[in-house]
Design a protein around this ligand. Sequence first.
Ligand SMILES: Cc1ncc(COP(=O)(O)O)c(C=O)c1O
Length: 402
Amino acid sequence: MINVPLLDTRLQNEPLRGELEAAMARVLDSGGFLLGPEVEALEAEVAALCECRHGVAMASGTDALLVALTAIGIGPGDEVLVPAFTFFATAGSVARLGAVPVFTDVCPVCFNLDLEDAARKITRQTRAILPVHLFGQAAEMDGIQELADQHGLEIIEDAAQAIGARYRDRPCGGIGRAGCLSFYPTKNLGGFGDGGMVVTDDDDLAARMRQLRNHGMEPRYVHHHVGGNYRLDALQGAMLRVKLPHLADYTSARQRHARQLIDGLAGLPGVEQARAADCGCALQQAAREAGSATRLVLPVAYPHNHHVWNQFTVRVPGGAARRDALRAHLATHGVASEIYYPLTLDQQPCFTDLPAHARDGLATAHRLATEVLSLPVFPELTAHQIEHLLTAVAGFVEGAAD
Ligand SMILES: Cc1ncc(COP(=O)(O)O)c(C=O)c1O
């Protein structure tokens, strides 16, 4: 049987083994293992990709969020608007600073922050909005900017899943006051352990973040702020620099595979593509509920976005049991899949005590948590694997349509 994993990092890294070993040897020979010239070079290269003046490397994407929020002064008494349907770190970073993550509903078409709900949840305490470019597709940044301008809010982008993505030809991460990236191994630029970066055009903010990642220290043993140890290893910097020149090719392969999956599945009975016209994140009409005959809803890449497909996420309407049945069916055919995310953030045990207005009106996010399933889309998928994946999904929807 053909196996189709969700990702196989070895396939991507093996062709670069010689260069990666040379990069490791360079660091070994240098005797310097934290920050230093390799990390500075990576910062410059990633900042250029995001069309920003500064890149400030961090030990993880989570640290990037925490440090960016700390640097803009988020703290107790503040509220930050965060989509309810995202990875935990987006909201965890807000809560760790003593601020309240106020959860907004999301769009069922592009999975990103629902602007109408965000506007409804702004209070006198709201200081910032933290849009996530989920699964590699940009959030509706023009509308977010308009809302932020109207209410004097900061925008920090969570671009952990969206390095290289673009919104109306502007780079994700480089649109708000700061953008946070992750180099976790499953990300589009996957490292060899944890890693992250904040990109920004703001000189003062960058300087503050450089201090904060090193215990707020400058010069040595003079501490201006209570920061932490959020430094990136030189080894990560050196090895990520080997992979960065290949990112555009990895992205093209992801885009090609997403297109093949959409084309291969679109004609099947009960399969429909999400409609851009139903997008709920741009103050448009509320999205249509999927009809009862709909077995599977395919994701959509908006023409104004350069979607980088960190995940290819379908929806299986009709409740978690139907989605889980597809997942089990795929597993019996050797096809891996994953649920990003089975719980919304307001459903997390650690957030049940948040004030009511931080947790209300999240119906779409709740529904998505029961419907979504991410299928393999990684760059090294072979034509045979894609064919096998398509056949396996077709077997499920055709069986279900009988
Ligand atoms: C949307 C989102 N935000 C933040 C993070 C945190 O990044 P990291 O795992 O590098 O800490 C991740 C990745 O795990 C993510 O997917």
